[in-house]
Design a protein around this ligand. Structure first.
Ligand SMILES: [Zn+2]
Length: 422
């Protein structure tokens, strides 16, 4: 089978991310105003991955972004996701601070943004943040999102928050941070046990124990365990990170099985095609009882599913759960997890490239969620990172757990509490 020539339209992607950075975002983002730190991360990390963050922004602009991030730092440690809850340090009291809390995911993204932008984290309330983290951990080992009134842990509870808490600890403790040795750490064993209990019968990870496996949560689970394992090199990694163990092998099998040629773009998948014969077929009156139709008659009425053609199989994206269509971001969630497990070679990367560049890469730059959809920041960044794992020319390599460029990882390793490589 010959691949159709596809091109990574780097210049258009640069323009897309610059538009997102320097002009207003489309109105559809309004409801995400309280997630600005995440949107900022995708935008700035996208330009970094494209290798143009330094050349397409001025030092003054980058300093402005850094100052905005520090403006989101709360005095007691950690970062808020946007400035909307900030009522001013002078008005802040122990009684009202729960209304302007630090947020676990935003803290992780704020730290990564600062690193990507070349900041030395000297203004980060590092010790306060590390003291705040264990207060966010629940008895079952999982993490909440914010501290509410009376120090009550609120929100979260699923694997996303486990991953961001473990990542924040990783960035701020580093590998030689003796100065924070005396600060009470999170309960690592409880966290690791909670994450591993989320592995479902089929090998994938659900959002909590006994939930359906999902690629996004699987990524977060393996991200959390990877951060913990990198910091405990003298200890045996958990079975799900140990090749040969049934937990590891069943997860690999589940992840590889997420690659699919079902893209959700064929006529029968479209629900606006009212005049098609298939639709009329479906609208025929349904008999009152099952006995009115014989088994043979029922079989005759089943639609014919043709075997896939060569054309159908040319593009193969990834889904996040069984029986779902492909979606750009799942190329990231699945490939990043396989990369952490050193099993990227088991998937068909060239067909994934055909899917991303031929089907969801948008003509104005960026990537959409599915075929023919407009670009958005999340799918644009994750589409590029998925291509970076496959060595796409024009993109820096990416650390799968930190989800940022190798160049940015080097900045992290240059911090005082990071003297050796990860
Ligand atoms: Zn998606």
């Amino acid at each position: 089978m010959t691949d159709v020539p596809v091109t990574f339209t780097k210049e258009r992607h640069i323009k897309y991310f610059l538009r997102c950075l320097k002009t207003f975002l489309p109105s559809l983002y309004t409801s995400n105003d309280s997630n600005r730190m995440l949107l900022a991360f995708f935008t700035v990390a996208g330009l970094d991955l494209l290798g143009v963050l330094q050349s397409k922004t001025t030092p003054e602009e980058r300093q402005g972004y850094i100052d905005w991030i520090y403006h989101c730092q709360v005095p007691t440690g950690g970062f808020r996701a946007f400035t909307g809850t900030d009522f001013g340090a002078e008005n802040r009291t122990p009684e009202n601070e729960a209304w302007d809390p630090a947020n676990v995911p935003s803290t992780f993204f704020a730290l990564e943004l600062l690193i990507i932008l070349g900041d030395d984290l000297s203004r980060v309330k590092r010790k306060e943040c590390l003291k705040w983290l264990p207060r966010m951990q629940r008895d079952n080992g999982s993490f909440g999102e914010v501290l509410g009134p009376g120090g009550k842990i609120e929100g979260g509870g699923d694997l996303r928050f486990c991953c961001f808490a473990a990542g924040t600890r990783y960035i701020l403790r580093g590998n030689c941070g003796e100065d924070v040795d005396g600060i009470k750490d999170i309960d690592v064993d409880k966290l690791a046990a909670f994450v591993q209990a989320c592995q479902a019968y089929d090998g994938g990870m659900g959002e909590a124990p006994f939930c359906e496996a999902h690629s996004g949560h699987t990524y977060c689970a393996m991200g959390a365990l990877t951060f913990l394992s990198r910091m405990a090199k003298d200890q045996k990694p958990p079975p799900v990170l140990t090749p040969g163990a049934s937990e590891f092998e069943s997860l690999v099998r589940w992840l590889v099985a997420r690659q699919t040629a079902e893209l959700g773009d064929t006529e029968e998948d479209s629900d606006d095609d009212d005049n098609s014969p298939e639709t009329n077929e479906v609208l025929r009156p349904v008999p009152d009882t099952a006995e009115e139709v014989s088994l043979d008659e029922s079989l005759d009425k089943l639609s014919v599913i043709s075997p896939p053609t060569e054309q159908d199989l040319r593009c193969a994206g990834f889904n996040g759960r069984c029986n779902k269509f492909a979606d750009t971001c799942y190329s990231f969630w699945n490939l990043a997890t396989l990369d952490m497990m050193d099993r990227l070679d088991l998937v068909d990367t060239s067909r994934n490239r055909q899917y991303l560049l031929g089907k969801t890469q948008h003509i104005i730059g960026g990537f959409g969620k599915g075929v023919g959809e407009p670009p958005d920041l999340l799918h644009s960044y994750f589409g590029m990172v998925a291509l970076a794992f496959q060595g796409e020319e024009g993109l820096d390599g990416v650390d799968p757990a930190l989800c940022m460029s190798h160049r940015a990882v080097q900045q992290l390793q240059a911090l005082p509490w990071w003297k050796q490589g990860i």
